[in-house]
Design a protein around this ligand. Sequence first.
Ligand SMILES: [Zn+2]
Length: 311
Amino acid sequence: MTDTRRPKAALCVPIALTFGGQGPPYGCGFPCLMSRIGRALRAVYNVPMPELPDVEIFKRYVDATSLHQPIRRVSIPAPAVLKGISAQRLGAALHGRALQRTRRHGKYLFVAIDGHAWLMLHFGMTGHPEYFKKTREAPRFTCALLTFNNGYHLAYVAPRKLGRISLTEDPDTFIADHRLGPDALALDLRAFRRHAAGRRATVKAWLMDQGAIAGLGNIYADESLYQAGIHPQRHVHRLSRVELTRLYRKMREVLRTAIRARVDPGRMPRGYLLPHRHRHARCPHCRAALRHATIAGRTAYFCPRCQPAGE
Ligand SMILES: [Zn+2]
């Protein structure tokens, strides 16, 4: 895929470590799929921080491109993204093996390595995976690069190097060790209510707390609250049962809608806040001027008329 905004430089960082040698490439033909996913990923570049829908798109991308192919070479140009594992150990764990399947939990992507552990990928502020053929197409901020026997490459790209890569025995252990809450799309209403019980935090901070519910960040917490008509600074324990139920339903609807729209703001339904996250924008429902405020350290956008503050 080609992103015209990206300089056509090859890897601009030194290859710190490589494993394996060169093998004969063979064809791999899914141009239509690549093109479709490419468009989705270009849309992702406009979203500042990957959240659940973005990572779900990444998961589908890895599923469509990178499974069941032996890895002949592993390069780690930016070892700073590795957490709890050396480049040598990661390279040894991957070299000669294939990626078998993927699993997403919240904003985390786990990729099973055959007969071995799971690769854990977190995309930080601006990360994404990218699959490509020619070395000269390598994305500029590649932090880790797998080269498959078919000659294609899978890059883990993170311009600000704030992503994380590690190995884990199994995703459930990782989720427990990192005290992640249930995935926002795997959570039922009863569990949602149970997690909310007694929480004195603001509802925006609670939705973004990965230990409470895994998957939402600034953008989709705002969208869920906007669609539910709940002010982001209200306190969770003050929300009525009806409001909590509405928030739960809208949160899931928003996440599913974003995935269906391939996280492209231009494909979101009319009436979504997401394409209007800029100063001087108006509420797509009531045309009131949207407000923004710093809540839980992030800029929240909301409509003062559709999301009243009163408690
Ligand atoms: Zn409004």
